[in-house]
Design a protein around this ligand. Sequence first.
Ligand SMILES: Nc1ncnc2c1ncn2[C@@H]1O[C@H](COP(=O)(O)OP(=O)(O)OP(=O)(O)O)[C@@H](O)[C@H]1O
Length: 710
Amino acid sequence: MEVVPTTPTKVGSQLSSIPSPKVESRSPRQYKRRNTTTPLPQWQRDSLTPLTLPSRDGRSHLTSFYKENIRELNQLQDIMFQKKALLDTLTDELNECRSKYEDVEFKWETLREEKMLKCQQINLKSNELTKLKEEQESKRKFMKDGHELHMQQLKAKNDADLNRTANEYRSKIEVLKFAKIKKFQNERDLLLNSVENARNKMAMNDEILKDMLQERNTEHCSTKEKWLQDYQERWRENTRINEETSDRIDALTQEITGILKPKAAKESAKLEQTMKKFKGLQDKLAEYEAETIALREEIARKSRETNDLKKCRNELEEYIESTKIELEQIHDIMIKEESMRRTLHNELQELRGNIRVFCRVRPLLPEENSSSSLINVHEFCDDAGNQTIEVKKNSGSSPPYIFRFDKVFTEEETNRDVFKEIGQLVQSSLDGYNVCIFAYGQTGSGKTYTMLNANDGIIPATINHIFSWTKDLKERGWRYDVSCQFIEIYNETIADLLRDENKLLIASSNEDTVTNLKHEIRHNTETRETTITNVTTCSLTSEEAVDGLLKRASKLRATASTASNERSSRSHSIFIVHLSGRNLVTGESSKGVLNLVDLAGSERINTSQVVGERLRETQSINRSLSCLGDVIHALGSSDASKRHIPFRNSKLTYLLQYSLAGNSKTLMFVNISGNPGHTNETLNSLRFASKVNSTKISPNTSHKVSVSMY
Ligand SMILES: Nc1ncnc2c1ncn2[C@@H]1O[C@H](COP(=O)(O)OP(=O)(O)OP(=O)(O)O)[C@@H](O)[C@H]1O
């Protein structure tokens, strides 16, 4: 391999041809510095020295010459300095390049020597290679000759084998060929024989066929003739049948157009309707199906709900069971408590006093004119448990009469307020105590209003409450029979206010009411029960019935009235309620009687001024009221148990004997009128009531009550 010298040689030769300037070699930086600070070398300084001045003659000429060229000279000098600087720079670069070149040249020389060495090695190797190639060639030639010889031997051997095998096969093929040909020839002969046989047969068959054809032809001709005859016969027959059929068709067509078509139209209309119905039914069916699905879902939902409810019911039943037991226990407690309540209630009533007196002031009526009132009601005194009422005789400065009662109802207070106060007393009658409530006062003072005013009077209100209380007590095992009687005592004679009107015999118009039935008061000393003979007893089953009874009674009283005398003012009316109770649980029983008495007018009539019937009537009223006062007063006194109580002095007190004595409760309303014109009667009424209430009269009262009896 030959190495060709390249660029460095050329560069080196080019560079070596450049003449080196005779300047010291330095770097451009050094030069620059020198350019500014270092003085120029001698040869430069010599060349730049300004020209020396010539003689005086030539001075001006020189001066002008100098002046003309000095500038150009300076410029040239500057350019020369610049060129010089550039030259220095180039020289430096050249030196640098030269040192590099020397390095490169050194390297180059080294490489060339290496190359020479390598070339020699290569030459040696190539000689070796040539020798090896020659050896290889001779070997290849030897092997090739051997191979060819071997191949020729193999070929000869194969050829011989092939020829032998081919000959074998050829002989075999010949044998087979001969056998096949023989077989085919036999088969062909057989086939030829069978063809000949077939031809013979065909000829025979042709003969037979010809005979048969002949036969058939004759047969066909005869049959054809016969068929034609038959056909003509049939044709005629068919023509006849056709005619008949067309006649029938005509008839049928007529029938169809006349009868069947309208029928068909009707039927098709029906069918159409039926189809419509069917369609409607189908729609309905679809609706029903949808509904059924909805219902099924609903049923499923309901059954789920039912199950839930059943669960709830079971839970509730369990709860009810447990509650029942609790209720029974509570019921027992309630029953016991009821007995206790009864005892306590009675004790409370006794503490309040078995005889109590309430005063009620009637408001002025529209027809009564009065500017000033002489009555003054004080506030209820809680400490003393009573209330004071002051009544003046006139509007002057005279001191007022003072009375104290258990309660005073002012003009403004209603029947409902009244009942609130007496309700507990009515309750006592349910508990088996006898109770009497009287309304006392002069005529027109409001007794009937207090007792019987429709709906809110003491009697209707009491009955209403009895109904509701008995209903409540039912829960505690109590069952009550409530019955009533309504009588009046007139002239010491008893009249039944609930009697049947048909049996009523009114005496003469002069006489006031009497019946032909005798009403006697009978006392059972053992049971301490009082009965009145021949008096109607009505069982109280409903509030409406009570209303009817009261109306009937007031009607009877009104019938007995005369134009001049109001019957209600001159007789005592007594509404008697029998309350008989039994407790189904404890076996306790109770019997109480509630007497609600509207007394006759208490006004004093001078007996000297009346005569006859009126006198008898007045005396009777006075006596009975006085007797009542005496009895109540006696009963209220501390030695009541030792004293004789004059019950027999009047029919009223005799009748109420068992309802006033013992542990019975008595309440008297003293009704007074707010009319100043009635002051005297008011004071009399209050004095009478104070006698009844005497045990409670305060010793400090300014007015000592002196009750004058009738
Ligand atoms: N508190 C009251 N509020 C309003 N009006 C009343 C009151 N009290 C009584 N009256 C009326 O006064 C009038 C007389 O009353 P009532 O008939 O009740 O008196 P009486 O005392 O029963 O009389 P008699 O003894 O004649 O039966 C009636 O018109 C009644 O409506």
